[in-house]
Design a protein around this ligand. Structure first.
Ligand SMILES: *Cc1c(COP(=O)(O)O)cnc(C)c1O
Length: 949
């Protein structure tokens, strides 16, 4: 074995395993299997132009060199991004810990109680600080959260307002520029009319349904919005406020003045800047809107023994299920970052947060005082951390940059300075002396912070926050380290066993890919620094975009979208702009097969398109006849087809080129959902199948960890005709010549985690990438063969092959009283996370092993599935007291003095010999979803009350 070849570490199958596996799937060679799986007419004809693979060692050295090209200045730019201090205990035990970062979205609640608790903490922090009843966990960034507020309030307009066609949304001039750009992007397709103005001379005319304010304003002024909110209420105008979460430690929470929605980012709660992301945004609102909140809400419920348990609440409301009735397409969000931000609050507690907020505020007041003493005029009459100084940027800027300091220069006569947790007295003196130098004054030295407040009494916070036990218990490092470990132990992640979630591609997230994220040269860069300061990033991002362009066969790539669903939206908006530029703006029909992921129709609706669902045939393929009929019926207005390839049924449809041609012949564009790209890389690509644009889930195919439900990166790759429309950013220019407005807040989205995918591609190289695809296909087919006779595989290609995943049908087990959920829960007793349940077909499991698993693990999983099948055969339909229905079994249950079951404790907890070697204990019994939805509790306080009761 060549120890310096990364592919042999990334791919789990060894050469010695090959023969056995090939024999099992009845082929002579891997190439024969691929030949029988991928249709000939879409195989790549020429070799992709990608670099030769780098060893892990070489890659790390390469990134070290590249990172030196980034200039890490002190940035006081603000605009929603602030340098923050990640407590080392959180960095080491969460950010750098696969127990946390390799977990999936907590769909299987019984083996996800740890991160569910961490997210409940996050929601509590947000609810308490904003003064709102309910918060979600979490959204992609502050600007998209503001856009979600605008659309949610649009959806909840009164019947009267809907009838009268009330569509105006007021946006304060104080809103961040990137938020304004996002609102423009989102408003237009939905028919929302934005009106920009000053909040103090808004006349509350008729025709408005909502308003967005920024608190504090974009350059730091803190306004009193009480009278605005009162007047808005009289007119039934709903008010959303974008806010700075740290400022709320000292400021009156927006919830206390009666607003309807509060949004913002939690970046400054210990999350690195990362040149734009990832960071978790929040969305808090009133109880009455609980069924309209975008994204996920964690809620308290009980398990089968009436013990408190957590799970994602209101699941039936999820976008997957609502499809084209969805009002948001949030799926992957920013869970890992929300976990970290929540933990930051746990570690510091209310007193620590008070200390930090006061220190930041005193730093700002001390700065204002010193600068005024130098003879400058500081215009913010009330502020938290940001001051606005009347000064000439042309004088200040060169001095500041020579001192490696960035300010914000919004106008020709002003400089904005936003201080943060990391700003020391030394930094403060550096800032002051930049201003002294500009006036050619002598150097000054401030010795200590002054403690006068610049927050008027009526805007000071008087309510307490974070009084729950969890925020007042873990302030020592030992304490927090153990709390983090306690939660981690409850969660099944990739460092325990295979997570074969179909469509989610839970592959290895290699340590060498992750390591660079910890370096300050990558993590501590503000997204709006002058581009020359981020040369290392620019090289990396360009190179990654180029490689993704090559892999997809397209012409260009935008890395801006922060999730797959956001990529879908971006791609459709680009298609929309393309049709408009051709004078065909009327094209608004989006064809989507019935089997599509729920985000597809949701994204299409958000892009202002009308969804027409097309049928799938009994083999799971697109019903070409039905498609043709619908294409012809809608030819005049056909905008696009959205197609997943290989299909969500795990099949390479051989008619794909015929399908894409049909769309083109009728003036439409083809959008390919790239979630299944792991079955294509290096062997075929979207351009070859005839698509025009696709998104890629870098958090699936390209090795970014799922983080328990985010971060994600969903770049879009486009054909030449769509390149001009790639999205821009209002602060730092990006995108095409006729760019659509921003899709996410930061110019390059979640730049920091793009390093992971960059590493993945550079270390595997072309051969490693193609081999990964082949082995992913081999592994899926191996499982398919091992399970054959025990389970029916729903769909296969023409030659009987699965692609990189397969669906097994569990519907017939209903005769024995067994549901697919029972199998999912029983797998936990065997130490496995369930495959994807009931997507894309109800009553089925979709299994995707990925290339990273080794043969022994594939076999353990198959053994578990086969053993479960035997248990199913023993189940009696009218006897629910069986090992499947009672699953999962907890340690408490198995060691209890009472054992009322017809099977043994051993059968319950150690059903196969291998289990005892590596036993995973679910921490709760099966959770009751319905109970929690009827009694919605989404913050920490009640859980303890609940436990006491
Ligand atoms: C995961 C997935 C998506 C959505 O991606 P997110 O990053 O979760 O927004 C869309 N389509 C398919 C088929 C997927 O599997």
């Amino acid at each position: 074995m060549k120890t310096d070849v990364f592919a042999s570490r990334h791919i789990g199958i060894t050469e010695e395993d090959f023969d056995h596996m090939l024999k099992t799937v009845s082929v002579d060679s891997l190439d024969q299997l691929i030949h029988e799986t991928i249709p000939d007419d879409i195989k790549l004809k020429k070799v992709l132009d990608l670099d030769a693979p780098m060893s892990e060692h070489k890659f790390l050295a390469h990134l070290e060199t590249l990172s030196k090209k980034n200039k890490v200045f002190r940035s006081y730019i603000g605009l929603g991004y602030h340098e923050s201090l990640t407590p080392s205990v959180i960095k080491r035990n969460i950010l750098e810990n696969p127990g946390w970062y390799t977990a999936y979205t907590p769909y299987q609640a019984e083996i996800a109680q740890g991160r569910l608790e961490a997210l409940l903490n996050f929601q509590t922090v947000v609810s308490d600080l904003t003064g709102m009843e309910l918060a979600n966990a979490s959204l992609l960034d502050e600007s998209t959260a503001a856009a979600e507020a605008m659309t949610m309030l649009f959806d909840v307009r009164s019947r009267e307002q809907k009838k009268n066609g009330i569509t105006k949304f007021f946006v304060s001039e104080e809103v961040l520029p990137q938020t304004l750009a996002l609102l423009e992007t989102r408003a237009n397709p939905l028919g929302i009319e934005l009106v920009l103005g000053k909040h103090d001379d808004f006349d509350f005319a008729d025709g408005f349904y909502g308003a967005l304010l920024q608190y504090p304003g974009k350059y730091g002024q803190v306004f009193d919005y009480r009278s605005f909110v009162e007047k808005a209420k009289e007119k039934d105008i709903k008010v959303a406020v974008a806010t700075d979460i740290l400022s709320l430690v000292l400021l009156t929470p927006p919830g206390e003045i009666g607003v309807d929605v509060v949004v913002g980012t939690t970046q400054r709660f210990g999350i690195p800047l990362g040149y734009g992301g990832p960071h978790a945004a929040f969305f808090a609102t009133k109880e009455e809107y609980k069924r309209n909140i975008p994204g996920r809400i964690i809620g308290v419920t009980k398990d089968r023994d009436d013990k408190p348990a957590l799970r994602m609440a209101l699941q039936t409301r999820e976008q997957h299920i609502k499809r084209d009735k969805a009002t948001s397409n949030i799926c992957t969000a920013q869970v890992l970052l929300a976990v970290m931000a929540g933990m930051y609050a746990v570690y510091h507690g209310p007193k620590g947060l008070g200390y930090i907020a006061n220190k930041v505020h005193s730093t700002a007041t001390t700065l204002a005082d010193a600068i005024e003493k130098l003879g400058y005029y500081q215009t913010n009459s009330a502020f938290f951390d940001t001051i606005l100084v009347k000064a000439n940027p042309e004088v200040i800027r060169p001095i500041a940059e020579s001192e490696e300091v960035n300010f914000l220069y919004p106008e020709s006569d002003s400089v904005v300075i936003s201080v943060n947790e990391a700003t020391s007295i030394k930094d403060l003196n550096q800032i002051i002396n930049i201003f002294a130098k500009a006036k050619e004054k002598e150097e000054v030295e401030v010795q200590k912070l002054i403690s006068t407040s610049s927050i008027p009494r009526e805007l000071q916070r008087t309510t307490k926050f974070l009084e729950n036990k969890v925020f007042n218990s873990y302030h020592s490092e030992t304490g927090l380290m153990r709390y983090i470990k306690k939660l981690e132990r409850k969660d099944l992640s990739l460092n325990h066993s295979m997570i074969s979630l179909g469509s989610c591609t839970m592959k290895l997230n290699a340590a060498s890919e992750m390591l660079p994220l910890s370096s300050a040269s990558w993590s501590n860069i503000h997204p709006f620094v002058p581009i020359e300061q981020a040369e290392g990033y620019q090289i990396m991002l360009k190179e990654l975009a180029k490689d993704l362009t090559t892999i997809t066969g397209f012409a260009d790539t935008s890395l801006q979208p922060n999730s797959g669903a956001q990529g879908e939206y971006a791609g459709l908006m680009v298609i929309r702009a393309y049709h408009e530029s051709n004078g065909e703006g009327h094209r608004n029909i989006c064809l989507i097969p019935a089997s599509a992921h729920g985000t597809n129709p949701a994204s299409a609706v958000m892009a202002g398109m009308k969804v027409v669902v097309t049928k799938t045939d009994e083999k799971g393929n697109i019903d070409v006849e039905d498609l043709e009929e619908k294409v012809k019926a809608h030819a005049e207005n056909l905008a696009a087809l959205m197609v997943t390839y290989p299909s969500t049924h795990g099949v390479f449809e051989s008619s794909i080129r015929q399908i894409t041609k049909l769309i083109h012949d009728h003036g439409g564009q083809v959008y390919m959902d790239g979630a299944n790209m792991n079955a294509q890389v290096g062997l075929t690509n979207p351009a070859t199948i005839g698509a025009d644009v696709c998104h890629l889930n870098l958090h699936k195919t390209f090795a970014i960890p799922h983080g328990g439900g985010g971060p994600g990166v969903g770049p879009i790759c486009v054909a030449p005709q769509l390149v001009p429309f790639l999205p821009s950013n209002p602060v730092i220019k990006t995108g095409g010549k006729e760019a659509i407005s921003a899709i996410s807040a930061a110019p390059w989205g979640s730049s920091l985690v793009c390093l992971i995918s960059y590493g993945y591609i550079k270390m595997l190289g072309l051969e490693g990438l193609a081999n990964s695809t082949k082995i992913a296909i081999l592994n899926a087919n191996y499982i398919k063969h091992r399970l054959s006779g025990k389970y029916d595989v729903l769909y296969t290609g023409e030659k009987g092959r699965a692609a990189h995943e397969m669906i097994i049908d569990c519907r017939s087990f209903k005769q024995r009283g067994i549901e697919v959920t029972d199998i999912a829960k029983r797998l936990m007793d065997y130490g496995f996370h369930a495959p994807t349940v009931s997507f894309p077909v109800a009553g089925t499991l979709m299994i995707e092993p990925t290339e990273s698993e080794n043969l022994a693990e594939l076999d353990r999983f198959c053994d578990a599935m086969i053993s479960i099948r035997e248990e199913i055969d023993k189940a009696e339909p009218d006897e629910p007291n069986n090992v499947l229905k009672n699953a999962p079994h907890t340690l408490e249950m198995v060691t209890s003095d009472i054992w009322d079951f017809s099977y043994s404790r051993q059968q319950a907890a150690f059903p196969l010999p291998y289990v005892s070697e590596n036993k995973f204990w679910p921490s709760v019994r099966r959770v009751d979803d319905a109970y929690g939805d009827r009694n919605l509790i989404c913050t920490c306080a009640p859980i303890e009350a609940y436990a006491e009761a």
